[in-house]
Design a protein. Structure first.
Length: 354
């Protein structure tokens, strides 16, 4: 029995380690030995794919947990700090060895490598016939999915898959997605998922153009990843300029321009379909992936709320004055209570991590 468990864990660890390394490394000399015995991924040894690697992982989608789970959709902050704390607690140290050229510990590749590390420890415990130790390492894996991977990784993979169509990375991203589904089924992290770590959602009943853009740029607010291709399609539909090298951050001036031209409704109409499609997809996943049902239900609610928000955001219902805001710096042990008090008085209090 323990031999079977060990062999299964070794296979899981090997795939997670390989996938993490391929997400962290540009194709070429480093990746060639990794894919030498994996025919399906052999193309990822080709240095010419470096252009696609840059386009997918560096310019189109930023595969960091903090980007997908913070109010600001910016790298770092409290989200990344929690990931670092988890790695330190479990003994994983690749985020400190500078082996990988990434901007933070919360990169998806590093989280996959951390999972491989934990599954490897599990395999060793089964091999050594130390079941208590093996069970402890399984619990650590379950925590990694409950506190981190289960809330955002598949949403990021969905976004990267769209960009990677017809490239050598499409098969890798598909394989990682399938692996995560299998891991969720195996680990069942649902009982460990904690909604108190979710960003506090401020009121979206009144949004000016700038606040609407900020909402759409943050998956933790809108529920899904609005990609550059989605933004470009809306811009071109209205005849607004959009260059291939423009980033998602250009959404802010685009929404402002649409507002001034009285074209907000036309601009956001395609995004309503995106939001509704995301809500349906997440509902299906909540039903089929019981181990992470809470995460999919939460994301589905965000996407459905965003669809309703976009429908209401026509130029007749939007005002630039709704962007007016006062920034207060609140700190200390009573910061949460202070924010609750502001909201109780009818203020739309948002948390901005600086």
């Amino acid at each position: 029995m323990t031999v079977d468990l060990a062999e299964r864990a070794e296979r899981r660890a090997a795939f997670a380690a390989l996938a993490g390394a391929l997400l962290l490394s540009e194709p070429g000399k480093m990746t060639a030995p990794l894919v030498a015995r994996v025919p399906q991924l052999a193309s990822l040894a080709d240095e010419s794919l470096a252009v696609e690697y840059e386009r997918i992982f560096l310019r189109s989608v930023s595969p960091y947990e903090s980007v997908f789970r913070s109010d600001s959709a910016e790298r770092g902050g409290a989200v990344a700090a929690r990931v670092t704390d988890f790695f330190d607690d479990t003994g994983f140290d690749e985020h400190r060895t500078n082996r990988w050229r990434v901007a933070g510990a919360d990169h998806l590749g590093l989280q996959l490598r951390a999972h491989a590390f934990l599954v490897g420890l599990e395999a060793a415990a089964w091999r050594g016939e130390r079941p208590d130790e093996g069970a402890r390492h399984v619990e650590a894996q379950r925590r990694l999915f409950a506190e981190h991977v289960g809330w955002w990784a598949q949403v990021a993979l969905d976004a990267m898959t769209v960009v990677a169509v017809e490239t050598g990375y499409a098969q890798l991203l598909g394989a990682v997605s399938e692996f995560l589904v299998e891991e969720v089924e195996l680990l069942r992290p649902l009982p460990y998922m904690d909604v108190t770590q979710l960003p506090t959602q401020g009121s979206t009943s009144r949004l000016g153009p700038r606040r609407l853009a900020r909402h759409m740029l943050a998956p933790a607010r809108c529920g899904f990843w609005l990609g550059s291709e989605d933004i470009a399609a809306s811009a071109r539909l209205l005849g607004f300029p959009w260059r291939p090298m423009d980033s998602r951050q250009n959404l802010v001036p685009l929404v402002n321009a649409a507002y001034e031209a009285g074209e907000i409704e036309a601009l956001v109409t395609p995004w309503v379909s995106r939001a509704r499609d995301a809500a349906r997809t997440y509902s299906e996943r909540a039903s089929s992936q019981a181990g992470a049902e809470l995460a999919w239900r939460h994301l589905g609610e965000l996407a459905a709320q965003t669809a309703e928000l976009l429908v209401a955001s026509s130029e007749r219902m939007m005002s630039a004055s709704d962007d007016d805001e006062v920034v207060l710096r609140v700190s200390g042990s009573n910061a949460g209570s202070a924010l609750d008090a502001l909201r109780a008085q009818g203020f739309d209090a948002e948390v901005i991590v600086d």
